[in-house]
Design a protein around this ligand. Structure first.
Ligand code: 6PG
Length: 471
């Protein structure tokens, strides 16, 4: 057995592709990494792939091969598996040890686990990890929630393995206490869902209304990726559009069934936004859009029963594509605005004191939603950390003003042709609603008071009022 304080620096429990890649990344940066997985093949793959690896035959064995205080990184599926593993580890842990949950756990679960471990002086760190397999191996974005002391203990390791932003800063930050890191990762995923949906709508409109070939589409997305729309998702979209199916030689998108899957973080982002009373309609629409797409068999039946209206011909494909580009950029602004507003609301609700600029800083590299716009957002938040909404920033307002006409034209053309654009349209409705001094909500208040005597606020004096409605 390895002697205490001459042992491994960190143990990774759960050696699926994310766990194994993080372990290899840690080893690249000089850490001695112990590892355990239920699956013997994964343990063997870990031992083979990670220099200096210390494979363990049982989860509790990691406790004795670690330097003290211990650092354990759990990379197991979110949900009951995390609680089960924690139950195994807890009896052998001591005050000062740090347990990191690097999965996509719900922030409420993280808050509960942080309370549980705090009773024994153990630091629980809820770590949002973004960047997929590649990111885990060569530089993820890392969003940590937990005690200052616990995170300080592991910060040197996490900083070392994190992606670097353009200015060389590591894409790692302590976001706040307990569930703050997982909360921010959840909103990251909500934005990810919404941006993927916007891009998917853009490709679909250009293909089916604009008549663009896959090759032309690939060129168009690659060109966008060289400008204001630059982002990781734009880059992989261009690559996807250029890819052929090795079996049939057909464009790969022609052989992929149009029914989207999901694992739940977009749904959590949506329900959390609703619980906080903070609008995030485009994130919600992206989740709904995946659900609707999954009703493939019903859609096939409905397509035969309810033909779409005849699509007006697109007279100028280049102008049409420019409008789609505007809708993508303005839509992207709206979804980041929604996401940051939900983070600010969560921070107020839970007393986390989240520094939104630190969130933007982490999202500059490594993560799935890294994008040129994130640099603009960071500038905006550095100029005015308390902006109520990102759309108030003058540089961002200028981008919206430039793209607004094209955004409207694109949504209008899609609606006229019966092409669904739920993300582009809901982002526009969010923007239009947000910038409307007077909305329809006076009618809603009147209706509520009419049928339920719920009362309403008047425009001419403070306090609640009620009307004796004539029925
Ligand atoms: C990331 C991703 C990652 C994962 C999502 C996708 O930031 O690296 O968000 O966490 O790809 O879980 O989730 P869906 O399967 O729900 O699309």
């Amino acid at each position: 057995m390895v002697q205490a304080n001459s042992g491994a620096d960190i143990a990774v429990v759960g050696l699926g592709v994310m766990g194994r890649n993080l372990a290899a990344n840690l080893a690249d940066h000089g850490a001695v990494v112990a590892g355990y997985d239920l699956d013997a093949d994964r343990r063997a793959a870990f031992a083979a792939a990670v220099p200096g690896a210390v494979p363990c035959a049982a989860p509790e064995d990691v406790l004795s091969v670690l330097k003290t205080p211990r650092v354990i990184l759990m990379m197991v599926p979110a949900g009951p598996a995390v609680d089960a593993l924690l139950a195994i580890l807890l009896p052998g842990l001591a005050a000062g040890d740090v347990v990191i949950d690097g999965g996509n756990s719900h922030y409420d679960d993280t808050r509960r686990r942080a309370r549980l471990t705090a009773e024994s002086g153990i630091h629980f760190v809820g770590l949002g990890v973004s960047g997929g397999e590649e990111g885990a191996r060569h530089g993820p974005a890392l969003m940590a929630g937990g005690t200052v002391e616990g995170i300080e203990r592991v910060a040197p390791l996490l900083r070392a393995i994190a992606a670097r932003a353009g200015d060389g800063e590591p894409c790692f930050a302590r976001i706040g206490p307990d569930g703050a890191g997982h909360f921010v990762k959840m909103i990251h995923n909500g934005i990810e869902y919404a941006d993927m949906q916007l891009i998917a709508e853009g490709y679909h409109l250009l293909r089916h209304l604009g008549g663009f070939s896959y090759e032309q589409l690939a060129d168009r997305f690659a060109a966008w990726n060289g400008g204001e729309l630059a982002s990781y998702l734009m880059e992989i979209t261009a690559d996807i559009l250029r890819t052929s199916d090795p079996e049939t030689g057909a464009p790969i998108l022609e052989v992929i069934r149009d029914a989207a899957g999901q694992k739940g973080t977009g749904h959590w982002a949506t329900t959390t936004a609703m619980q906080l009373g903070m609008p995030a309609p485009t994130i919600a629409e992206a989740v709904h859009a995946r659900c609707l797409s999954a009703l493939k068999d019903e859609r096939v039946r409905a397509a035969a029963a309810f033909p779409a209206p005849p699509a007006p011909a697109v007279a100028d494909p280049d102008a049409f594509a420019a409008g789609v580009g505007d809708a993508l950029l303005c839509g992207r602004i709206a979804i980041y605005a929604q996401g940051f507003a939900v983070i600010a609301a969560g921070s107020r609700q839970f007393g986390w004191d989240v520094d939104l600029a630190a969130v933007a800083s982490v999202w500059r590299g490594g993560c799935i939603i890294r994008a040129r716009l994130v640099d603009r957002i960071l500038d905006a938040l550095r100029r005015a950390p308390d902006l109520p909404n990102l759309m108030f920033d003058p540089a961002i307002t200028a981008l919206l003003a430039e793209g607004e006409a094209g955004w409207r034209r694109t949504v209008g053309a899609a609606v006229a042709a019966g092409q669904p654009v739920p993300a582009m349209a809901s982002a526009l409705a969010y923007w239009d609603g947000y910038r409307s001094e007077r909305l329809w909500a006076n009618m809603i208040q009147a209706q509520r008071d009419f049928f339920g005597a719920h009362g309403y606020e008047r425009t001419d004096r403070p306090g609640m009022a009620h009307t004796q409605w004539v029925r």
